[in-house]
Design a protein around this ligand. Structure first.
Ligand code: CTP
Ligand code: MG
Length: 275
């Protein structure tokens, strides 16, 4: 058992954080890649990168941006300069300070393609990787630490999760003459359900193996890949779960952006973390 306090970065394997920021942000509807959308005076990507740096777990931060986007490339370069000037956040006692290298790659057509592009650009000494959605821009440091600590304790794969608050049912399309468009086919046992967040942590060799297997997927299978852990599950490797946080919400719709703005401006502040 690891008895370290939850706010202490563990002395983990050499870790990279991959930040996937190459999506188009269609559901947010800003007419620009979601990573550029303003949030509390900065961009969503800037918030995400600052959160990663503040967690202090990364030797390398590798960002996947929309191919050839000069603005987002500049934004990453500005962030790297900001890091060099300010340095990483004060580390916990006994944890070595090291400025993470910042690498930028062109993402791909799908999220999995973007992850693969970033994995190909990791430094040779990297042993473990955390894959994080830029869209989860307000993820608290404690979540990075919980994931890193589980990796340091021997997990091959670990994901942050939160309990599901809604009752979840399965449905199928109803007959044309039915009174409503869908018919309920079952109700999932809610106590066993978890909503999955990022950063998702992996031993690098395991994630590389999982993504290599997925490279042969047909279009339908590829479209069904919504996170990295499911690829590792397909290998039969156990995936462990730690507690996520409600502030780690994925900014997907305009309502999510309003909530994120509220978290930044509200009396609790963005760094509030549930106990
Ligand atoms: N992502 C990526 N490359 C893609 C698609 C998605 O790097 N080809 C990233 C997004 O930038 C985001 C994360 O994966 O940080 C989760 O994806 P999502 O929330 O779906 O973002 P978008 O794809 O940008 O949004 P939408 O699906 O509404 O277009
Ligand atoms: Mg998407």
């Amino acid at each position: 058992m690891d008895s370290a306090p939850t706010n202490t970065p563990p002395a983990a394997a050499l870790t990279a954080v991959v930040v996937v920021a190459a999506g188009s942000g269609e559901r947010l509807g800003y007419g620009m890649p979601k990573a550029k959308v303003p949030l509390g005076g900065d961009s969503i990507l800037t918030h995400a990168l600052r959160g990663v740096a503040a967690a202090g777990v990364a030797r390398q931060i590798c960002v996947a941006i929309p191919p050839g986007d000069p603005e987002l490339r500049n934004l990453c370069e500005t962030f790297a300069q900001e890091l060099a000037v300010e340095g990483p956040q004060a580390p916990a006692p006994g944890v070595a300070v090291q400025l993470p290298a910042v690498t930028v790659v062109d993402g791909g057509a799908s999220r999995a393609d973007s992850v693969r592009a970033a994995l190909a650009a990791l430094q040779p000494e990297i042993e473990a990787v955390l894959v994080h959605d830029a869209a989860r821009a307000l993820t608290p440091e404690a979540v990075f630490h919980r994931v890193s600590r589980a990796l340091a304790a021997g997990a091959q794969a670990v994901i942050p999760v939160i309990p599901v608050v809604d009752t979840v049912k399965t449905v199928e399309a109803a007959a044309a003459d039915a009174p409503a468009p869908e018919l309920v086919t079952g109700t999932a046992a809610r106590e066993a359900l978890r909503a999955v967040q990022t950063p998702q942590g992996f031993q690098l060799a395991t994630l590389r193996r999982a993504h290599a297997a997925a490279a042969t997927f047909d279009a339908g299978q590829a479209a069904a890949v919504t996170d990295d852990a499911m690829l590792v599950e397909l290998l039969g490797v156990p995936v462990h779960a730690v507690r996520g946080a409600s502030q780690s919400l994925k900014i997907t719709t305009p309502l999510d952006l309003i909530i994120a703005e509220g978290l930044l401006e509200g009396p609790l502040g963005a760094r509030w973390v549930e106990g």
